[in-house]
Every structure is written in structure tokens, then in C-alpha cells.
Design a protein around this ligand. Sequence first.
Ligand code: PEP
Ligand code: MG
Length: 549
Amino acid sequence: MQYNKKEKRGDAMKVYSGKAVFHGIAVGQVRMIKKEERRVFKNHIEDTEQEIARVLKAVEETEKQLKALYDKAVPEVGKSGAAIFEGHRMMMRDQDYQMFIQNTIRTRRVNAEYAVAVTADHFAGMFAGMQDAYMKERASDVRDVSKRLLSVLAEKDQEEVHADVPTIIVAEDLSPSETVQIDKRNVRSFVTRYGSSNSHTAILAGTMNVPALIGIDYDDDIDGRPAIVDGFQGELIVDPEPAVLAEYEKRAAEEEEKRRLLQELKGKKTVTQGGKEIRLYANIGGISDLQAVIQNDAEGIGLFRSEFLYLEKDDYPTEEEQFQVYRSVAEAMEGKTVIIRTLDIGADKRIDYFGLEQEDNPAMGCRAIRICLRRPDIFKTQLRALYRAGVYGRIGIMFPMIISVQEVRRIKEIAEEVRRELRDNNIVYGEAELGIMIETPAAVMISEELAKEVDFFSIGTNDLTQYTLAIDRQNAQLEDIYDARHPAILRMIQMVIDNGHKGGAWVGICGALGADPELTDRFIEMGIDELSVSPSAILPIRKKVREYV
Ligand code: PEP
Ligand code: MG
């Protein structure tokens, strides 16, 4: 974790630096949430079966509490956000977890509280030791649900936190139960000493649209002090000087007004004054981004970078694992388009277990579709999972790094083979639109021929800029001349749109340039059909499109 505590600007004012995980400005009073220290004592127990009966009764009561928390969380953070409590319930009911508690009581002849604490340590340690960032986070879930179980055993309720004035919640870390128990009407920001961008606090902040900071090494005497959260600089400013406070109050009001205006665009169409509709989709890297997608009212998903599924693991994800993820995304989007890009590794995204050879120039090496066509086993596993998920929503499949018509024809043959095998094995699958990324100059130049082969194009301006300008997109030294707005790129986009339409394919942009608000008008004039942008850019781009005359 990166942070450095520093004091600057004046005597009383203190500025703590950390990392912003959700942007914005907040002004309020610090409310520190201290972890309740409840020591668990170890007692010798004669009647172990009676002790186990106590646990079972507490599990039932805890289940009721979790159900109530779920019902409370649904209106606050939606069904997918509230699902954490359903997850806790399942975790607590898990056979291994239950057996561990019961075996501890029976074999060590100890009290229920001690057995639950030992079990929590065991499973939290196991999760914390996992590679996968998502699984690591489950350590805090197992602690959270065990703590609740301990409170029930102690017959003590976990308390609600009330906030009567604009409040900045400051804590070591916040568990989902703790966040649900905060009365959020006056909460303006969350600040934690620990936690990660994947943590529940970060997700909640995103849903509530308030700034959040992590890695803030605050002092314990700041409770109740007036403070500012600068969610752009990643700073917590305690006891601000009057001039600083005035400046931030002005900025907070401006931000609030901007946000209010953008929120009004939720549920509205992305349509120009002249009536041309643009499909405004979101880019995601995994399930954890879905909440932001729904919260920002995206009309679909235009790029799901599926390689993150592979990057998070230390072995190939199975067909079943992939299917579950694609299915969840399709279901969460409730019939809206979900375009999943097949594996795009190589270049800057390396995965050890693929055993790829070292290359002198990996950006131009064996990456993306080149790997899939050389390793059809991996490719077909992913395609099977994708087609099967097609039953649960409207799936589109998109292939990266295309340079030739032959590649596309080969891909289509493999896709047909996969469908045939699913049919022959009586496995249900759905149809999917097929598209390609246009991110190499070669694909641009032959886009007229490519358009006849596929349903859609999605222009990957990040790589297209790299390959067109011959500038490694990772090279910080050349950042000043890596210019995605270069006339060469803009002319290529025009060419791809025209050729796509000629060949009957719809055309979108999923590279970062698609979210450049200064180019929205230009793209509309060029005839773009779809823009796929990060969730936070959805509403600002909708605003631009709706203003276009
Ligand atoms: C692109 O290249 O523009 C793109 C969207 O793909 P990625 O950034 O994942 O390479
Ligand atoms: Mg790319």
C-alpha cells in the first residue's frame, strides 16, 4: 500500500495522502468507526453436543439477520450489491465451515465462541493466501459473517451508526455489514486505512456516487473534526483553513450540480436533437464492474475484456467457470447486448501458465487471436462457454487483433464446429452476433472485405494508435506523441465506418478515444453506430450526444 502522512499548509490543518478509489469532492465532519474489540475466551466444555446445539440455534438467528440486511440493502445498492449478504449466508451454511466449528468443539472440547473464532481464522487465512484478488477479498467476508455469528452467540446486537450532519466515515476498513448499518442519508465520503479498489467500501462509494479514499494513515484524534475529501488528489484534509474550506465548498457545489444534471439523464435515450440514436455501451473487465454499469445506465456492454478471467487465475479457467461468469453478466444485463471479447493476452498481458515463448517484440508477437488459432483447445473451451451463456441473454462475441479475411473465416469455421458439437451432445446454447476488433492498420485497409464476413466492427483505438503511429502504448517516454486524435486515426475511423456500412456491418468504437467528449460530435458526423466507454463516461457522453444538433 502506498501512502505517506504529511502535514502542510498552516498549523492546525492536516493533509493525509492516499489513493482515491472513487472521484469527487466531499466536505463534512469526520465520524470514526472503531472496530469493536470483543475478546473471545476459551472455556472447557463437558457437554459438547449442547454447545453444538447453541451454534446451530445461533446460525438460524444469524440467517434471519442476514435476510433482513439483504432486504435493507436492496433499495440502497440494488440486488447485485445486496447479494453479498446472500453470499455470507451461503458461506456460513457451507458444510466445511460448519463441520470445522463442530469438529473443533468435539475434539478440543471448547466453547462455541472459541470454535467460531478459530474457524474464522482458519478460513480467512486460507482465502488471504490465495492468488486471485477476488478470492483474497473473501477473507474479510468470512471474518464479517463470523463476527455476526459471535454477536448472536453473545446475544448482542450490532449497532446502527447515525449521521445527522454531512459526514465523512473514517475507518480501518469497513465490512459489508458495517456499511449497511450506517444510516447513509448524510454520508458524503468513505475513507479507510486499509481496503483495496475491489473492497466493498469502494463498490458502495461507486454506487452511492460519493468519493472514497484508501490507504489513509489517519491519526486517532480526528474524530468529530471538520474535514474535506479530495477524491481527485486522494487527500483527506482535516481542520481546513477557512480559505481552503471555501475553495472546496465551491468545488463540491459545482461537482454536485454536475452530478445532479447527469443523474437526470438516467433512463433517457442517447439520441441527437435530429433523432439519430447512438448505442452507448460500457467496457468492463469482470463481474465486479457490473454495478457501475447498471448504476450509470449503460445500454449494454460493448467490450468485456475476458482475459481478466485468465489473468486472475494460476491455471486455465474451465468451461464451467467461464460459463458461470458469462451467464451472470448476461443475466445481470437483462436482455441488453453483452459483447464479450475472446482472450486477448500477449503483449502487455502475460500469463505464466500459458508457457508462451519470450519474444523480442511481444506487441507484434504471438498475442490475442494468434494464440487462439494456434491453441484451438483453449479457444474452443471459451467459445463453448460463450455459446452456452447465450441462452441467458443477448451475447455478442468479438475477436481481437484481426489482420486478414482468412483468419475470420477460420474463426467462423471453429465457431460452427463448436455449435455442432454442442448440438450433437444435446447441450443447449444460444445464438450470438459475431464481430471483430479493428485495431490493426491491415484490418482498416481491408475493412470492406471484412465487413461481409461479420455482423459488427468495434474499433480498438488504443492498439490502432500504437500500430499506426508505431509507438508502443506502454512507453511513457513517448506519451507526448502518442496521439489517438492524430488525423491518420480519425481518417481510418471514417474509412472503417463507411466500409462497415457498405458491407452490412454496424460499427462502434471501444478504445479510449470513444469516450473523448471533444470528439463525440465528430463521431456522430462520421456515422458511428455505437460507443463503448468506461461506466463513468456513460452519462457525460450521453449528454454530448443529446446536445448534438
Ligand atoms: C483497444 O486496443 O483499443 C482496445 C479496446 O483493446 P485493449 O485496450 O484491451 O487492447
Ligand atoms: Mg486492443
